[in-house]
Design a protein around this ligand. Structure first.
Ligand code: HEM
Length: 294
């Protein structure tokens, strides 16, 4: 797939910075979006457009809808939409900071920066809990057919739907659990990353087992740890040719099918949640916004 934003398929970078923008009422966003399209190529910066922005352009995208917020006994899954989501990717936080500043200036005054989150790769790609993340990710052709729209025509093919959730870990809770309780909350052994066959039904990988859904719920995860001051956790990111797989897995994780909550909730909780549509790129590597008539 040569018209997908390449940063989606690439391995997670060493360093990342997420920028979330709000749209300014009363200012036509077209020229800011055109400037953005000329500036970024989907490699060093992956871009997602939110529902409110697409609606303001009168170009809703089939398959994009609001993040599914919900409340559960003792747990909230919040929705915190953004007009624009940027994932800056690189290997130096200083460079990312300055690139982010330039893009923020480029997008003003049509868009205002609301939130930035610094992220990083931890070891071989571990969550801060120590567990390896991404083992069951689809690869090669499977990754492409999982993550990107195909067969819907120019302007849509190569695009992707993304779900983004910032999770805040409670390390006191995690450390108060025994080693077995921790392994059972994930469903894999931290020591060798092997799946634990007799883990409880609440174990994360049992809840999320992609092949156990009808239809199968494969997604391309590109999550990265984050930290700010004394707070830290995981920015969970899943790309798909639709949002269906993500929504099905999240629904089971929160107990939507059988009332049983995912073991992850014992030590972490989501504090943000957004969905966005990631446009394809043109042959010369620029963002392709023809679906938005731009
Ligand atoms: C703090 C939040 C989360 C953490 C720490 C986490 C961590 C993990 C870990 C350690 C694995 C096992 C290795 C792997 O296959 O990657 C895993 C698997 C998986 N996770 Fe998560 N996860 C989180 C949130 C989510 C969310 C919100 C979803 C989707 C709604 C999700 C979907 C999946 C899927 C689909 C798998 C693979 C399951 C399989 O087919 O075996 N995860 N996760």
């Amino acid at each position: 797939m040569n018209n997908a934003q390449p940063g989606i398929l690439a391995d997670v970078p060493v360093a990342a910075r997420y920028l979330l923008f709000r749209q300014t009422t009363g200012i036509d966003p077209a020229s800011a979006l055109q400037a953005l399209a000329n500036e970024v190529d989907g490699t060093g910066c992956v871009i997602g457009l939110g529902q409110s922005l697409l609606l303001s352009l009168n170009t809703p995208i089939d398959g994009l809808h609001d993040f599914p917020s919900s409340s559960h006994p003792g747990a909230e899954v919040p929705a915190t939409p953004a007009a624009l989501w940027l994932w800056l990717r690189g290997d130096d936080h200083g460079d990312l900071l300055h690139r982010g500043r330039r893009l923020t200036q480029l997008l003003a005054p049509a868009f205002t920066l609301e939130q930035s989150i610094d992220s990083f790769r931890h070891g071989i790609g571990r969550d801060l809990s120590g567990y390896e993340d991404g083992t069951e990710n689809p690869e090669g052709e499977d990754a492409i057919s999982t993550a990107f729209v195909n067969g819907q025509g120019r302007g849509m093919d190569g695009s992707s739907f993304v779900a983004v959730q910032q999770w805040l870990h409670d390390f006191d809770q995690l450390e108060a659990m025994s080693a077995q309780q921790r392994d059972h909350s994930i469903g894999r052994r931290i020591s060798d990353n092997e799946e634990i066959e007799d883990a409880p039904a609440s174990a994360h990988v049992k809840r999320a087992a992609q092949e156990s859904f009808t239809p199968e719920a494969f997604m391309l995860r590109r999550s990265m740890p984050w930290s700010r001051g004394t707070e830290s956790g995981l920015v969970f990111i899943a790309f798909g040719h639709s949002l269906q797989a993500y929504e099905a897995v999240l629904n089971r994780m929160v107990g939507g099918e059988d009332g049983l909550a995912d073991g992850l909730f014992r030590f972490t909780r989501p504090v943000t949640g957004l969905t966005a549509w990631c446009p394809p790129v043109t042959a010369d590597g620029r963002l392709d916004l023809q679906t938005l008539e731009l």
